[in-house]
Design a protein around this ligand. Sequence first.
Ligand SMILES: Nc1nc2c(ncn2[C@@H]2O[C@H](COP(=O)(O)OP(=O)(O)O)[C@@H](O)[C@H]2O)c(=O)[nH]1
Ligand SMILES: [Mg+2]
Length: 252
Amino acid sequence: MKTIFVSGTAGSGKSLLTSKLNDYYTRNGAFTAVLNLDPGVEHLPYTCDVDVRDYVDIVSIMKQYDLGPNGALVMANDLIASKIDDIQNEVNRVNPDYLIVDTPGQIELFAYRSSGPFLAENITSDEKTSIFLFDGALVTTPVNFVSIALLATSIRLRLNLPTINIVTKTDIIGSRLKDILQWSTNIRSLENAIGNEADGDTYSLTTNILRGLNLSGFAQGLIPVSNVTGEGLPNLEGALSRILNLGEEVED
Ligand SMILES: Nc1nc2c(ncn2[C@@H]2O[C@H](COP(=O)(O)OP(=O)(O)O)[C@@H](O)[C@H]2O)c(=O)[nH]1
Ligand SMILES: [Mg+2]
């Protein structure tokens, strides 16, 4: 089994991508399963094979511990780690070729508390990787782009997995996609764009962060993906395959 964690900011398209990737692999003859790790989600665009909500229930946590929704979400995310044996047993029963893991809407609850890194480390799998979603609707200015790139790097640090960075919602951002893709590979063009947008403290902070990110190997480019039209999914599958299968791709 190979495991793919889908991470990114709230609303960046994690759940929709999980669904599309699941369909894509299935259409191409691979046996996949989906694990939902979001204890707070109400509607999902796919049918879960394994669902953390079967083990952690937000409403009963709110009642039992007299917590509001935010406190209950924090607690629910922390409780996920204690359910890893149950989750692993269920995954083993399904025993897919690929397990796609949809992570909680609020990425900081998953990645910066202990449960996310614990799960990423301890789930038993031949290979593991993470996809980080840059929300196409958010990264339309160079300063926002660098902020999200910093977050992507920070999440990579926390989950400690090889990471593929993608930009989503390419169907709604039109010609801005061209700039975003150029910024993601050409640090100089990004620095110039930052210079046009920002000055003073914002300029120096953004460019200094960028240089640090660059030294940590950030400028690998983003794979453009639309979860609505499916554009870019074959490229994403290819990139996943290079990490998970040492280059062998599923049939298209
Ligand atoms: N146009 C467009 N909308 C998208 C795309 N990906 C996600 N969405 C929409 O963005 C919203 C949030 O997506 P969701 O998958 O729930 O994000 P999550 O919080 O990261 O799991 C939903 O309304 C999706 O339909 C995309 O590639 N293109
Ligand atoms: Mg989601």
